[in-house]
Design a protein around this ligand. Sequence first.
Ligand SMILES: NC(=O)c1ccc[n+]([C@@H]2O[C@H](COP(=O)([O-])OP(=O)(O)OC[C@H]3O[C@@H](n4cnc5c(N)ncnc54)[C@H](OP(=O)(O)O)[C@@H]3O)[C@@H](O)[C@H]2O)c1
Length: 261
Amino acid sequence: MSRPIPPSVAALVTGASSGIGAEFARQLAARGHDLTLVARRVDRLQTLAKTLRRDHAITVSVHPADLETAEGRAPVVALLRTAGPWLLINNAGFGSRGRFVDLDPDREVAEVELNVVALHELTTAVLAANVALGQGGVVNVASTAAYQAIPYMATYAATKAFVLTFTEAIAHELHGSGVRAMALCPGPTRTEFVSVAGVESLFDKSMPMTSAAVVRSALRTLDRGHAICVPGAHNLLLAQGPRLVPRSALRRVIGTIFAPG
Ligand SMILES: NC(=O)c1ccc[n+]([C@@H]2O[C@H](COP(=O)([O-])OP(=O)(O)OC[C@H]3O[C@@H](n4cnc5c(N)ncnc54)[C@H](OP(=O)(O)O)[C@@H]3O)[C@@H](O)[C@H]2O)c1
């Protein structure tokens, strides 16, 4: 399968109020997809929606939701089940850094609820509708963090490992269905993620990419029907390098890099 998903398929983008999600909304609007934008900060979604409606001949709906909670997710799940086909961009997510036992346990649970449970529930909902129609797709945003354990970002790396292997498996199962699934594994990218996760001190040395470059690469790879996209040659090295190193040695190196100062 190597054609773009047609613009007649509407896109729903989670985490569209900032960073990579807002950029997905902009680039999908430029391709002519109608959009539903989901996040908690409704003012930001409305500002983006207004600009996209002005600049493109598309409809844009704003859907405020807290995807960390079952109540927040329910209306989004219902929307995905009733209308379709969809191109779902499961992008909302955050990271936390620190010694696991010292981190706020409620926030760690919220991270799993958002990065894993919400992504899983929304994927389930969208595939039910899409497979029946033989169209559409899902992009699940993982990370290069998915490729190894990260001491001091233990929950984050584990959630992204889930996203990567889950999406890779369903991409295989969907072969021949007309529906595609792709895991997007960005490396460091200039967004609000950096301050939310508390990784500012590590960031500038890591050759960060822009959201625009990440999303361009993601949509090109989705057009080709691939199961995984790692944007940027240096990030491909970050993703594949760990395979060549014993896990114990890798943990020691990464633990030293990520240890809070
Ligand atoms: N930036 C990086 O270096 C990097 C690298 C690899 C992977 N990623 C992944 O890329 C994705 C996007 O992150 P980003 O870098 O664009 O960060 P960002 O600028 O912080 O954006 C995160 C988005 O998630 C939304 N979000 C957070 N909590 C939410 C909740 N409870 N309910 C609904 N939406 C929520 C935020 O919107 P509201 O606050 O308005 O709800 C925001 O739109 C994440 O999954 C992240 O793990 C980022």
